[in-house]
Design a binder for this molecule. Structure first.
Ligand code: SF4
Length: 140
């Protein structure tokens, strides 16, 4: 005998909502920013010649062909980071490092991302032909 007024079966609890990893949440948030025309690392608008975010095969300005994107080695790993100085002075940059690069996956710079307004074509370590970014106005 129970204290309940009616003798009914207790319905089963609904399953707990699936928890997303921090990486999945961040990826979704970055995709939403790009859809609004905001660069996830720079935190402001995209370059006027930026390649589209929804077509990764289309040529144009992307982080991947920007001279400020570097692969930094740390311990046994290598991490793609944006080393643009932003508004940081040379002295602060020397001490604090690049403002957009942190010791976190959150500051990894994806090569396919459309370029921010600080984009400068080319990685000085690459041959000229690989640094060339076609002008979309000429392509049409
Ligand atoms: S386009 Fe260049 S400067 Fe801008 S976030 Fe990407 S790597 Fe950095």
């Amino acid at each position: 005998m129970t204290d309940a007024l009616f003798d009914i079966d207790t319905p089963p609890r609904p399953p707990a909502p699936e928890r997303e990893s921090a990486t999945v949440r961040r990826t979704r948030r970055q995709a939403e920013q790009l859809a609004r025309g905001i660069h996830p690392l720079a935190g402001r608008g995209l370059h006027e010649q930026a390649a589209p975010a929804d077509d990764r095969d289309e040529v144009g300005r992307r982080c991947g062909n920007c001279r400020w994107r570097r692969t930094l080695n740390y311990r046994s790993g290598s991490y793609p980071k944006c080393v643009h100085p932003g508004t940081r002075s040379a002295e602060d940059y020397e001490v604090l490092g690049p403002p957009r690069a942190a010791h976190s996956e959150a500051s990894d710079c994806r090569a396919w991302w459309p370029a921010c307004r600080d984009h400068e074509p080319g990685d000085p370590r690459l041959p000229d032909a690989m640094r060339w970014v076609p002008d979309p106005a000429v392509m049409r």
